[in-house]
Design a protein around this ligand. Structure first.
Ligand SMILES: Cc1cc2nc3c(=O)[nH]c(=O)nc-3n(C[C@H](O)[C@H](O)[C@H](O)COP(=O)(O)OP(=O)(O)OC[C@H]3O[C@@H](n4cnc5c(N)ncnc54)[C@H](O)[C@@H]3O)c2cc1C
Length: 327
């Protein structure tokens, strides 16, 4: 029997989400010799996006180009994904552990009557078996899981599976399918983009995060400046969001977004467990806090004990001059 792996593609504006490319990379690692990777696109995709899916490993691209799928709703996406899985009968289903993935995957798994391994941060192979690693207890421990029966269904946490280089010679023909939407209880009239325009916080390689120590909205303007110089995104603690220093869409933590950037700079954040749950897997953590006893220093790779209003402007100036010298 030929193995089939279905990857649900996601876009952010005109670009494929990095996590889609990471899921394709994971699919390539899992693919057996006679296996096939099928990328599923919901809504309108351009030729460039289809080509990119092929370059990163898709052997086939299926597009459900119903106009109503250009906007995500739980009902429509669940209906279509369920039908495609029934029709294609893949052995493995992968998608990002994104807002959409977190919403869809459990519903579709329940409808199919199969299990789900969510929030995967690593994939390994032991004696021919696929072993998935996922964080538990707010990132304090890791759990290893394998599927012992039925289809394998997993969501992948963004920024954890290193993307492979694309093979620019690869192309693929897209197959357009029509699907039936049985019920949709939600009409989206308007989408208002909030503060996270530009780099997607969940996928950013550099995150500059601010807490109550930033004192106000002006403090966040400073962080935005640092993020712009470094090409990163701005995040926040719930303390800062509650105090109205910034929008809740920036909140990182247990009840906010989970990020795994290469560099996380925590500015005026104490390091409460609920915040740490959303960023402790970052590859390098730098903390700036005037209190040398702040808990954030216990998980930081580098700590700067000082006033953010002195340290952050100094960093902006230093990084700017390094960039100028490089140019
Ligand atoms: C159920 C639940 C869920 C939660 N979910 C989340 C979540 O998802 N994300 C989250 O972040 N929190 C969450 N919280 C809240 C969390 O417990 C903390 O209250 C919150 O993270 C604190 O935010 P903070 O670090 O910005 O503020 P504070 O704890 O007040 O810390 C501010 C820090 O700034 C430092 N500081 C002050 N001035 C300066 C200065 N000039 N220069 C340098 N440093 C300075 C201080 O020394 C201090 O360490 C949750 C809480 C609960 C109960």
């Amino acid at each position: 029997m030929n193995q089939k792996i279905l990857v649900l593609s996601e876009k952010h504006g005109s670009k494929l989400k990095n996590v889609t490319i990471e899921a394709l990379t994971a699919a390539k690692q899992m693919k057996k010799q006679a296996g096939r990777i099928v990328a599923l696109c919901l809504g309108t995709y351009t030729e460039d996006q289809i080509k990119q899916l092929a370059e990163y490993g898709a052997d086939q691209v299926i597009i459900a180009e119903d106009e109503s799928l250009n906007v995500f709703t739980t009902d429509t996406y669940t209906d279509v994904l369920y039908q495609v899985i029934k029709e294609e009968n893949p052995d493995i289903i992968l998608m990002g552990h994104t807002g959409e993935g977190k919403d869809l995957a459990p519903r579709v798994a329940a409808r199919l009557g199969i299990g789900l391994i969510s929030d995967v941060t690593a994939i390994n192979f032991e004696n021919g078996e696929i072993i998935f690693t996922r964080p538990i207890y707010s990132g304090k421990a890791f759990q290893k899981k394998k599927v012992i029966e039925g289809k394998t269904f997993a969501t992948i946490r963004p920024n954890n599976i290193p993307m492979e280089e694309p093979d620019l010679t690869r192309t693929v023909d897209a197959t357009y399918i029509s699907t039936k939407i049985y019920h949709n209880r939600i009409n989206v009239n308007e989408i208002v983009q909030k503060a996270t325009e530009g780099i997607d916080l969940s996928e950013a390689k550099i995150v500059i995060s601010g807490g109550r120590g930033m004192k106000g909205q002006e403090g966040f303007i400073l962080l935005k400046e640092l993020a712009t110089v470094l090409g990163g995104a701005v995040g926040a603690s719930r303390g800062a969001c509650d105090a109205d220093y910034c929008d809740y869409s920036l909140q990182i933590g247990q009840t906010g977004k989970i990020v795994t950037p290469d560099l996380y700079i925590a500015c005026g954040i104490s390091g409460a467990i609920q915040h740490v749950a959303g960023m402790s897997n970052s590859k390098m953590i730098i903390a700036i806090n005037k209190d040398s006893e702040a808990p954030i220093f216990s998980i930081a790779d580098y700590g700067i004990v000082g006033d953010v209003f002195e340290v952050v402007p100094a960093l902006i100036e230093a990084f700017r001059s390094v960039k100028m010298n490089v140019i």
